[in-house]
Design a protein around this ligand. Structure first.
Ligand code: CA
Length: 710
């Protein structure tokens, strides 16, 4: 080596060292992410290498090139068509100029993050009949990346590792018993070479768990169940033995539920992996655990050792849940000063309406306060950490109208936290619901199980009452002070079910809306600063990154997910065919988003309603028990899947049976219901849908709609 080349080599070394110090590590091939890089993600603001950007899952970016002063000049840089008309819930991952996103049916795309050019696409070929097991649309929330590989969990329960350069599968493992109605919609997380993944399916009949797989070869390393199994058999661990003491009856025969289906966070200091768990099967505790009990670890936040999966602590937000109050919402780690003392906390805006601040080393409650109106508890007892129940929310004396409902005060739409403002940004909503005991409940294997009276899941027949109900639904972005436990500001939206939040050092908060906009607010005051039309509901978590020192903001947009499946009556803004997109903005961006052409289609006249009132009444209850979760209250389609009231099949008795019982459309996700419904039931359902198509069905009593979601 000559002196000159030595000099150059030294220079190069110095540049690399300086880049490493600045956090801008030189690219070592696609998805070159390792433990050091992920742990110090905060020092690498140009990349977004895991779901919540850092292990703390704050969804906060230190980037400030786009800021409150210049955000008015933000414009579209590029957009990428995802070729889907189903929900888009992905948070893009960006590493060294490459973006990795997912779409419905667990498809993965790698894009040039500067131009949107497609680098590769991977389709795991999920069998479409699995769509029947997915309560809340066939969505996916994103990938994880690690040492040259991209990891996706598929709707049918596989974990697939892809070569980050080509999208070719390196390995694939089945993480669930595929004979059971498990699904996965969450993004995996990677900690020190272990891929962490949970699952969904609590209402359908599964036992939830989190698994850790070796990122190199897919070997199962540990598994932590979230609810106990058959107590006559040995427990997997002491935590399950403890949990079993909080259950009664034969919960395990249908699986118990408790699926950890979305959020995770990790604290490298304590080596704790945190995750939230879902509801039990069925929702109504009286039918699940007849003599009561807390039913651990349903509706809980759990901490386990990330190396071994051993239980460390739990905090159960909703003991004895009967309302589908999953605790799966964003888990955010932060260091706060509370009562003059530095505290390392974990925070959650729970579906149950309370905002929790816990000590993240011990799980002990620091404070909790409702961030939306709450009817079922007057507060959280600071000594026991348990809710103070008011009234009869367990609906023992008749139906209970509840706020929040199963849609939650906040759902999967990710919240963000800005260490700069000290505020948490919560996509919040007010959607009441009614719950009531189904005296005839029996477990329907593989179907939607709530044990709620199906007669209650019906809209008022009076159009004025129906409109009033829709107008009572609210949605807003709340900026919440987690130390003072109070609201700092709010931005009102047209209705519920709006997008996830992103906070940046540019003193901005970004959020999409259900009515087809992507907005930026002043993070301190909530002043609206910028808005772009997206022409479709924009629900996913936004993110930001740099390529060639230029900052971009990205968000997934696309019509779909549970609200539009089930609550079509409350949806104004309907989707357009193939409207799923990744939208990417930059200062001065001047790309134009094609405006969808919304041609009015003449709706066909429905067949005449000729069935007897008794047959229609049977059809109404059967529809609510089996069909409503996808086809909506009162068979009113929300625009995601065909509106049954306008289907030619309702005028074709044989064709209708071919679909409902014969499975003629199973390749579209509409499986056969022959194991649950008789030919007479199918005919009664057809008669009920015809009645709805002819102006609506008025049941003997018209209570408010029950909640159905996640
Ligand atoms: Ca749930």
């Amino acid at each position: 080596m000559t002196g000159a080349t030595m000099g150059k080599a030294w220079m190069m070394g110095a540049v690399i060292a300086a880049l490493a110090l600045a956090g801008c590590q030189p690219a070592k091939g696609p998805a070159a992410v390792d433990a050091a890089r992920l742990t110090h993600a905060d020092k690498d603001p140009g990349n977004w290498m895991s779901q919540g950007r850092t292990y703390s899952e704050q969804r906060y970016s230190p980037l400030e090139q786009i800021n409150a002063g210049n955000v008015k000049s933000l414009g579209l840089a590029w957009n990428f068509e995802l070729s889907t008309n189903r929900g888009v819930e992905t948070t893009p991952i960006v590493v060294d100029g490459v973006m990795y996103v997912t779409s419905s049916w667990s498809l993965v795309y790698a894009l040039n993050a500067k131009t949107g050019e497609l680098l590769w696409k991977y389709d795991p070929q999920v069998p479409r009949e699995v769509g029947h097991n997915a309560c809340c649309d066939v969505v996916n929330r994103g990938v994880a990346v690690w040492q040259g590989k991209v990891y996706v969990a598929t709707l049918d329960g596989r974990l697939v590792a892809l070569d980050a350069k080509t999208g070719t599968p390196a390995w694939s493992v089945v993480t669930v018993d595929q004979s059971k109605p498990y699904t996965i919609t969450m993004a995996p997380r990677i900690i020190k070479g272990k891929v962490m993944v949970g699952n969904s399916g609590s209402e359908y009949g599964v036992r939830g768990y989190v698994s850790a797989y070796d990122a190199a070869d897919g070997k199962l390393l540990w598994r932590f169940y979230t609810v106990p199994g058959d107590p006559s058999k040995p427990f997997e661990n002491k935590a399950m033995e403890m949990a079993a003491k909080t259950w009664t009856g034969n919960w395990w025969t249908a699986g118990g539920g408790g699926s950890p289906w979305d959020s995770m966070a990790y604290d490298p200091e304590t080596n704790l992996l945190y995750f939230g768990t879902g509801n039990g099967l069925p929702w109504d505790e009286k039918a699940r655990s007849p003599s009561g009990g807390d039913n651990l670890f349903l509706a809980s936040i759990l901490a386990v050792d990330a190396d071994t999966g051993e239980y460390r602590w739990h905090y159960q937000a909703t003991p004895g849940d009967s309302w589908d109050f999953d605790s799966t919402q964003t888990l955010t780690l932060a260091n706060l000063t509370i009562d003059g003392k530095p505290r390392k906390v974990i925070m959650q805006a729970s579906k149950n309406g309370f905002f929790y601040v816990l000590d993240r080393a011990t799980g002990k409650l620091i404070s909790a306060k409702n961030y939306v109106p709450v009817t079922w508890a007057s507060g959280i007892d600071p000594n026991t950490g348990k809710p103070v129940i008011v009234g009869d929310p367990h609906y023992t004396k008749g139906p209970a109208i509840m706020m929040p409902s199963s849609f939650g005060g906040h759902n999967w739409h990710p919240m963000a936290f800005s260490p700069k403002t000290g505020l948490v940004y919560i996509p919040a909503q007010e959607v009441p619901g009614v719950y009531g005991t189904d005296d005839k409940y029996a477990y329907k294997p593989g179907e939607w199980n709530t044990a709620n009276d199906p007669a209650l899941n019906t809209l008022p027949a009076d159009p004025k009452a129906r409109a009033a109900m829709k107008n009572a639904f609210k949605g807003y972005l709340i900026a919440w002070d987690p130390v003072a436990q109070k609201e700092a500001w709010r931005a009102e939206h047209k209705g519920p079910w709006n997008g996830g939040a992103l906070a940046t050092a540019g003193n901005l908060v970004f959020q999409g809306t259900a009515d087809g906009h992507f907005n930026a607010y002043d993070a301190t005051t909530g002043a609206p600063l910028w808005s772009a039309e997206t022409y479709t509901s924009t629900l996913a978590g936004p993110m930001t990154y740099t390529v060639d020192r230029e900052q971009y903001v990205a968000v997934g947009a696309g019509f779909g997910s549970i609200f539009y499946l089930v609550a079509g009556f409350a949806v104004d803004h309907k989707g357009t065919p193939d409207n799923g997109r990744i939208l990417v903005y930059k200062i001065g961006g001047n790309a134009v988003l094609p405006k969808p052409s919304l041609t009015q289609i003449a709706m066909p006249q429905p067949p005449k309603a000729t069935a007897s009132a008794d047959v229609v009444a049977v059809g109404h209850l059967k529809f609510n028990a089996f069909c409503l979760v996808c086809h909506g209250y009162n068979a009113i389609g929300g625009g995601v899947i065909p509106d049954l009231r306008y289907s030619p099949l309702i005028g074709d008795p044989a064709g209708f049976k071919d679909v409902v019982l014969g499975g003629a459309r199973k390749t579209n996700g509409m499986v056969s219901f022959a194991k649950s419904l008789s030919p007479q039931d199918a005919e009664a359902i057809r008669a009920y849908v015809i009645t709805e198509a002819n102006g609506g069905y008025a049941p003997p009593a018209s209570p408010a709609p029950g909640g159905v979601s996640k």
